[in-house]
Structure formats: structure tokens, C-alpha cells
Design a protein around this ligand. Structure first.
Ligand SMILES: [Zn+2]
Length: 234
């Protein structure tokens, strides 16, 4: 009897409190679990997966040497992508990360952007920020990539030694000053990975991710690639 009651109750609750799509904030229906079909059809994907010498790769190579740099979605102000990433980062909707990861895996496999990569590294938050937010917004996205592409995820080799202020309202040059030497690498005596795939949510100036990448290159050499959910450069 219990099994019959539960779905009915869930349906009843969802009738009055429907789950909203984090992209367009319209109610989800039927088989729409995280993001509505309309958003899935219209989210603007970049062409980075099919052009490794893309605008982001060129920009990042001005800041540090990268093998590949790929953003999956185009970020624009007041867009569905901005809404999605806001809900992911500030409203506890971590499942958006898993959804986007699972959704994009076939394309990531086909493009071979992760080819030759040894480890997937979600860009670490400062411990105080992590405690405040309760989660790293790129953790589940990174876990999805790690699982489906069968590349180990490491989240304990690199850490933030400096708590930086929110970069969103800063000018470009100030961002670079703010994140300077913000990251450090734990040297635990093991042979370090040779090719790191760093994962971020949004790349704007590239200040944060290049600071992290440069800390890794200075500490243990190797190669750096970058995957971001979205980029404002594209
Ligand atoms: Zn939607």
C-alpha cells in the first residue's frame, strides 16, 4: 500500500509546488528531471570541442601554456546559461552539474578533448568558502566526467591558500592581483600527474584558472588543459 501512496502524494505535492527549470524558471513536466527540454534544445553551445585552437585556447595561452581549453556553453548576461550557473553556484542546485556532465559526455568523448589526460581536477574553493556554500559547484560535474571518461578525479593535491574576494564586480586587472598566488600544490612525495584537466564553471578573464594552472606548473611541471561549463570569451 505504501508504494502506491508515495507516488500519488509526490504527484499531489508537485501539482502545487512544481519543480522549476533552473534555466528558464518554468515548471518541469513529465520526464523533465533537471532542465526542461526547451532549454536543452536552446542552450548555446560553443564550437570549442571541434576547434581546439578556439578563442578561449588563444586567450588562455596568453596567460599560461595550455594544451586544450574548452568552454561548453556561451555565457551571456541575463541568459538561460547565466540562470543555470547562478542556481548551480548559489542556490544549492548541485544536480545541474551532474546533469550537464552526463548530457555532454558523448560529445566530450567524440571530440577527444580529454585524450591523454591523467587527472580531472575541480578548481578548489577556499575551505571557508566551501564551508559557507556547503559544496564546490563543479564537484558533481567533474565527478560525472571522471566516471564516464574513466579518468581519476583528484581534489586533494591542489588547495587555496588565500581567501579571495568575489571577483564578479572587479575589473580585469584587479582580478589578476586578487588571485595572485591564491593556489598551492600539496607535495606528498608521490609522482605528480603529467596532464591535468582543470574544471571551472565560468571563465571570464581567465585570472583564477590561470593562477591555479601556473601554481601547478611551477610546483610540478607537466601539462594543463581546461574545461569550463561556460565562457564569456566565446
Ligand atoms: Zn528551461
Amino acid at each position: 500500500m505504501k508504494n502506491l501512496v508515495k507516488p500519488t502524494l509526490a504527484a499531489f505535492v508537485s501539482l502545487f509546488f512544481p519543480k522549476l527549470c533552473p534555466g528558464c524558471m518554468n515548471p518541469l513536466f513529465g520526464k523533465e528531471k533537471v532542465i526542461c527540454f526547451d532549454c536543452q534544445m536552446s542552450l548555446p553551445q560553443t564550437d570549442h570541442l571541434w576547434d581546439f585552437e578556439n578563442v578561449l585556447w588563444k586567450r588562455m595561452n596568453q596567460l599560461l601554456k595550455v594544451e586544450r581549453a574548452v568552454a561548453l556553453l556561451e555565457f551571456q548576461k541575463q541568459s538561460r546559461v547565466e540562470s543555470l550557473l547562478y542556481q548551480l553556484k548559489y542556490k544549492g542546485q548541485q544536480e545541474i552539474g551532474s546533469f550537464l556532465g552526463n548530457w555532454l559526455v558523448p560529445q566530450l568523448k567524440q571530440s577527444n578533448v580529454f585524450g591523454g589526460v591523467d587527472v580531472v581536477l575541480p578548481l578548489p574553493l577556499h575551505p571557508k568558502r566551501l564551508k559557507q556554500r556547503g559544496y564546490n559547484q563543479v564537484q558533481l560535474f567533474s565527478e560525472s566526467l571522471s566516471k564516464h571518461l574513466q579518468i581519476p578525479l583528484v581534489d586533494d593535491l591542489v588547495y587555496r591558500k588565500k581567501r579571495t574576494r568575489q571577483l564578479a564586480k572587479m575589473r580585469g586587472t584587479d582580478r589578476f592581483v586578487e588571485v595572485e598566488e591564491a593556489f598551492a600544490v600539496r607535495q606528498d612525495g608521490h609522482y605528480p600527474p603529467r596532464h591535468w584537466q582543470l574544471v571551472d564553471d565560468v571563465i571570464t578573464t581567465g585570472a583564477t584558472i590561470s593562477s591555479c594552472g601556473n601554481a601547478i606548473l611551477e610546483a610540478c611541471g607537466g601539462r594543463i588543459s581546461i574545461v569550463s561549463l561556460a565562457s564569456r570569451l566565446s
